[in-house]
Design a protein around this ligand. Structure first.
Ligand code: IMP
Ligand code: MG
Length: 180
């Protein structure tokens, strides 16, 4: 048996059914917006967006491709201050309508980096979708589709999000008592 997770979930912030309802609404909105136009590709940001992207993409009613990208900006929950590209997309994005799919926008640093990166690929358009956005992010990068605005303080886990690689597969978003 694996050892128990090091940090316990204190409280459920977003129950599973609340998340599913919102994801369905986002999928409907995105499907309507991308009905016509350039080839549509979702680019998920690993690892945190993997569950959100899987649920969202399976409810889209328009043709789409899936790519993933991996970055590091946080190491074991501690902010390192810079963004590094760890894994690039496998196929060319030029001429495509790119939708970046993120788990949570905190400072906005990661998203700003990605928007610049994809615009340099010669894309048709670059838009952004995040499951969660912290409320303080008033002057952050543009986010076209937001699941939920959440408070600044608690560190959240579940539905793809981790603390020290734990808790990613919880069906809900919960709060743990740490904030690096
Ligand atoms: P940003 O560049 O500051 O916007 O950082 C965004 C990234 O930090 C997210 O994609 C997450 O990977 C991570 N992150 C920020 N806050 C949390 C949290 O509460 N739980 C889990 N990951 C988080
Ligand atoms: Mg992330």
């Amino acid at each position: 048996m694996s050892p128990p997770p090091p940090v316990a979930v204190r409280e459920i912030l977003l129950p599973a059914d609340t998340i599913q309802t919102r994801v369905s609404a986002l999928a409907a909105e995105i499907s309507a917006d991308y009905r016509d136009g350039a080839p549509f590709v979702l680019v998920g940001v690993l690892k945190g967006a993997f569950i959100f992207l899987a649920d969202l993409a399976r409810q889209l009613t328009v043709p789409h491709e899936i790519e993933f990208i991996a970055l590091s900006s946080y190491d074991l929950g501690a902010a390192s201050g810079e963004v590094r590209l760890e894994l690039d997309v496998r196929h060319r994005l030029d001429g495509k309508a790119v939708l970046i799919v993120e788990d949570i926008i905190d400072s906005g640093r990661t998203l700003r980096y990605l928007i610049r990166l994809f615009e340099a690929h010669g894309t048709d358009s670059v838009r952004t979708c995040a499951l969660l956005r912290r409320k303080s992010l008033a002057a952050g990068p543009p986010i076209d589709y937001v699941g939920f605005d959440i408070p600044d303080e608690p560190w959240v886990v579940g539905y793809g999000l981790d603390y020290a690689e734990q808790h990613r597969t919880l069906p809900y978003v919960g709060v743990v008592d740490v904030r690096p």
